[in-house]
Structure formats: structure tokens, C-alpha cells
Design a protein around this ligand. Structure first.
Ligand code: AMP
Ligand code: MG
Length: 493
């Protein structure tokens, strides 16, 4: 049984992307590292993928890229992208290698990718490596997003490399094993569109529909339907980010999946005190990707996606533009519907009234004026319906909250639902625990400086149950104490 010996975790690969023509990718193996050391295996995810989790944990060599498991067909994917509004015709996987795809226990196809696995033909001047800090950040935040119920790529495992990478200083290296519905991005379409490679575009449309939107295979205009479906998933996704205060930080088109999963946790961060203008990323000097701009940027990105689909939508350019423009123009309404729907749920509202938008905006305005913590304010609203801390103390001027709360109570009274029922519904959508930046930072620093992964493990355990009150972790629900606030995040690439 040599197969089992060479692929002990039991990856059953079926690599549809590798079967696409050569110009979609560059085939190469990961570059081995000197001393792989396991940080963590995500047991639940391993089981979901049909793997032997213990065997996976014993396979640091596979997770580091030192050994390629049987059935994998390693490759770097080609893609392009708009970075901060500027088009770059060739980006591609410069520090990631797709091992292949597996079908999970639910029958879903999932990519298995190593990130930080060495240089590729797309590395440009990069070293193809990842530092430990960004790997832990992605592990923590992507798994937290999943626990919050938000579509996202996942973290299957992380290993240290025993090597250092040069950034602004020398940092320990690591490799993350990332799992995604696929790694196909708006930028993948742009790569072929800018080259005028219509044949590749059509293959890509078919591939993405088969993989992510099988119902669209039989509609009259699959490319147009694909545009609408991706717009819908992105509108829903970005609205959900905003419901939990997530700021992606690099919403470039190469970081926008067509599956609708969140990808690329570089300088991302969760907002603490509510302010629509919040920016954490050190490289986002203009605030292009500020918290409150994310819906508009998602719309811009969908417009770029639409441009790539014009020829597949219709041979007649005018007809294609008219059809695609309709979808792009509808994005704003789609996004607002998703956003308002989620905000209603956060307020415990089960029905829709015309005044709801104004009610939501009035609370946000009061929060912004009074430095109120976004997550805690919503979590504590439920307490007003019985027991627990109340939100008013989170406001510099608590009477600003009191004034708003009168209208909210009146609105709830018109629905007439039992307070306990409303409170339970609110606690199920308003998390107690988010990956607060100073906690993420503490976990990273402990691991970087002393090889101490205990704070990382503790944080992972807390964030796995974001909607449960966890009395022994109450301090993890609190914003950063003065002096510990994280005001800036860095890509670290
Ligand atoms: P990102 O900012 O992570 O979305 O990456 C943008 C582009 O830069 C992608 O093509 C990456 O593959 C590439 N890149 C980022 N970091 C590195 C690195 N350390 N080595 C090589 N390429 C990189
Ligand atoms: Mg990226």
C-alpha cells in the first residue's frame, strides 16, 4: 500500500484546474524548507475534507512543501488585477502553490493551497515566502470569520519553516495551508481579457459555472448570469463584513473571489470604536478601502469583472455593454438590501418598516460621535431586554444612547415579540468575540519572540464560539485598553 505511505493524510485529489490549458498556470513544486515544525492542524476542517487529521498533523513535511503527496499536481495560478485602482496585467501566485483539489464530505470541491511555499514564475522581486506573523493572522482571522458565519477561505494547518525571511527585519518563516472553494479571482478573468484571449475566457466562464454556479449552465446567457451571481455573492459578502465591523484593507480585484469567499487577510482588521472612515492598512494612504467605502469598492470591482465578460455575454458589443451595465448599476441596491437586512437583525427586528434605515443610521451616528465600540454596543443591546450590562456606558455622552433607545423600544413594541425571544435572536447575530487587533498582536508577538503559541491557541478557542458568553474570557470581549490600541496594520509581504 505505497499510496497510503506517500499520502498518509488521505488527500483524494481530483485537479480540475490543472486540466485547464497550460497558459492558466505554471507547474512547479514547492521549495523545501530546512526544518518544518507543526504549529496547528485544524482537526474539524481536516475531517470535513475527508482527511485523517492525526496523519495530517504528523505530515509537517507535506504541509511545509518538502514532500508532495501522491495525486497532487502543484501549480501557481496566473492572474492579473487592479491594485489600488491601477491595473497590473500580470500578478499570479508569487508565494503560493495549489497542490490540487479534493471533494469534501458534502461533495464540495475544495482547493488545497500552500502559502509561503517558495518562489514561482510570478514572484517578481518577492521571495515567495511568508512570515510567521501574517500566517498566524490569517489563521486567526479566517477561522474567526468562519465561526461568525461569513463565507471565507479556511486555514487547514500552519507550520514553521526553521528559516528566516527578510522584511523590515528578519522574521521567522511559516507556511499556511489554505482551503478555498477555489482561488479564482476577478483578476483571473482580467488576465485573459487583457490578452484578448477569448477562448480562455470562455473556458474560465464554463469552469467557474460548473464549479460554483452549476444552475447557470443551462440558462440562456450563462456569462451574463454569472456576472449577476457573482455580484449577488459579493454584495452579500461585503454587507456581512460590515455587520461585524470587518475592514478587509486590500480590496484589489486580485483579492476578490468569484466564489464569494473572503480571501487574503493581509492588513485586515476589526473596527473597535465605530467610525465609517476607519482605515488600518499602512499602505492605504487615501483611505480607498476604508470601512464605509467597502460597498462602493465592491461595486467598482464588479464593474471591472463585467468588462472582462463583455465578449462572452454578446458578440454585439453594444448589446453586451447594455446588459452588463444593468447588473453593475443594480449592485448598489443589492448591497444596501443585504446591509439593511443584516442591520435589522442586529437590532432584533423581524419585519421591515420604512423608518428602519433612519433608525440604524441614527444609532451609528451616535456611536461615531461618542466613540462607542461597535461590537459591544450591539451585543449589549440585547441586555436591555433583560439582564447584563447595558450599552449606554460605552458612549461618551450616554444620553445620546438613551435618546436613540426610546425610538428603538417603540419600534420593537410595534412588532410585539417576546423580549426573551428577541434577545436570543440578537445574541445569535451580534458576536461577543471578534479578533480584536491587540489580541491578535499579542498572539503573534508571543509566537515570534518566544515560540510561545499558547496565546494563539487560547485566542483560537475563544473565537471558535463568538456568539457564546464565555465568562472566563470576558476580557477578550473588551476593546484594547489605553496604550494597547492597534492603529495600523501591515501587509507583511
Ligand atoms: P497580495 O498583496 O497578498 O494580494 O499579493 C499581491 C501580489 O504580490 C500577488 O501576485 C502575490 O503573489 C505577490 N506577492 C506577495 N508577497 C509575495 C512574496 N513574498 N513573494 C512573491 N510574491 C509575493
Ligand atoms: Mg492577494
Amino acid at each position: 500500500m505505497t499510496d497510503i505511505a506517500e499520502n498518509a493524510p488521505g488527500f483524494r485529489f481530483d485537479n480540475s484546474y490543472a486540466r485547464l490549458p497550460e497558459r492558466f498556470h505554471a507547474r512547479l513544486d514547492p521549495t523545501p524548507v530546512s526544518a518544518p515544525g507543526l504549529i496547528r492542524v485544524n482537526h474539524a476542517l481536516a475531517i470535513e475534507l475527508g482527511l485523517d487529521a492525526d496523519a495530517l498533523a504528523a505530515s509537517s513535511d507535506i504541509l511545509a512543501g518538502n514532500r508532495v503527496p501522491q495525486g497532487a499536481e502543484p501549480l501557481a495560478q496566473a492572474y492579473a488585477g487592479h491594485q489600488f485602482g491601477n491595473f497590473v496585467p500580470q500578478l499570479g501566485d508569487g508565494r503560493a502553490i495549489l497542490l490540487g483539489e479534493v471533494i469534501d464530505r458534502e461533495g464540495r470541491r475544495r482547493d488545497i493551497q500552500l502559502k509561503g511555499s517558495g518562489p514561482t514564475p510570478f514572484s517578481r522581486n518577492g521571495d515567495g515566502r511568508a512570515a510567521l506573523g501574517p500566517v498566524l493572522r490569517e489563521f486567526i482571522v479566517s477561522e474567526a470569520m468562519h465561526a461568525l458565519g461569513i463565507p471565507t477561505t479556511r486555514a487547514l494547518a500552519a507550520v514553521t519553516t526553521g528559516e528566516f525571511v527578510r522584511r523590515d527585519r528578519m522574521l521567522p518563516g511559516a507556511v499556511l495551508t489554505r482551503v478555498a472553494a477555489s482561488h479564482i479571482r476577478v483578476g483571473t478573468f482580467q488576465y485573459f481579457a487583457v490578452r484578448g484571449d477569448l477562448e480562455a475566457l470562455r473556458l474560465l466562464v464554463d469552469h467557474v459555472i460548473a464549479r460554483h454556479y452549476p444552475d447557470l449552465a443551462v440558462v440562456e446567457n450563462p456569462a451574463l448570469a454569472l456576472l449577476g451571481a457573482v455580484a449577488e455573492r459579493q454584495a452579500s459578502l461585503v454587507a456581512r463584513w460590515m455587520h461585524v465591523g470587518f475592514i478587509h484593507g486590500v480590496m484589489n480585484t486580485d483579492n476578490v473571489t468569484v466564489s464569494g469567499e473572503t480571501i487574503d487577510f493581509g492588513p485586515c482588521a476589526f473596527m473597535e470604536a465605530f467610525n465609517v472612515n476607519t482605515v488600518f492598512s499602512s499602505i492605504d494612504e487615501q483611505g480607498r478601502y476604508a470601512f464605509g467605502n467597502q460597498g462602493g469598492i465592491a461595486n467598482w470591482n464588479i464593474a471591472r469583472f463585467a468588462e472582462t465578460l463583455l465578449p462572452p455575454i454578446d458578440d454585439d458589443a453594444d448589446k453586451a455593454i447594455a446588459a452588463a451595465t444593468g447588473v453593475v448599476q443594480d449592485f448598489g441596491a443589492r448591497f444596501r438590501d443585504h446591509w439593511l437586512g443584516g442591520m435589522r437583525a442586529k437590532l432584533g427586528l423581524a419585519t421591515a418598516e420604512d423608518g428602519d434605515l433612519a433608525l440604524v443610521q441614527a444609532l451609528l451616528a451616535a456611536m461615531q460621535q461618542n466613540g462607542a465600540d461597535y461590537t459591544l454596543t450591539f451585543r449589549r443591546l440585547a441586555s436591555l431586554l433583560g439582564g447584563g450590562d447595558v450599552p449606554r456606558d460605552l458612549f461618551i455622552d450616554p444620553t445620546a444612547f438613551d435618546a436613540w433607545a426610546e425610538g428603538w423600544h417603540a419600534r420593537l413594541d410595534r412588532e410585539g415579540r417576546a423580549p426573551a425571544e428577541v434577545a436570543a435572536a440578537m445574541r445569535a447575530v451580534n458576536p461577543a468575540f471578534i479578533p480584536r487587533n491587540h489580541r491578535v498582536e499579542q498572539a503573534i508577538v508571543a509566537a515570534e519572540r518566544g515560540g510561545d503559541f499558547a496565546p494563539f491557541e487560547r485566542l483560537m478557542a475563544i473565537l471558535a464560539r463568538p456568539f457564546d458568553d464565555q465568562p472566563d474570557a470576558a476580557d477578550f470581549a473588551e476593546p484594547a485598553p489605553p496604550g494597547e490600541e492597534v492603529r495600523q496594520t501591515f501587509c507583511g509581504t
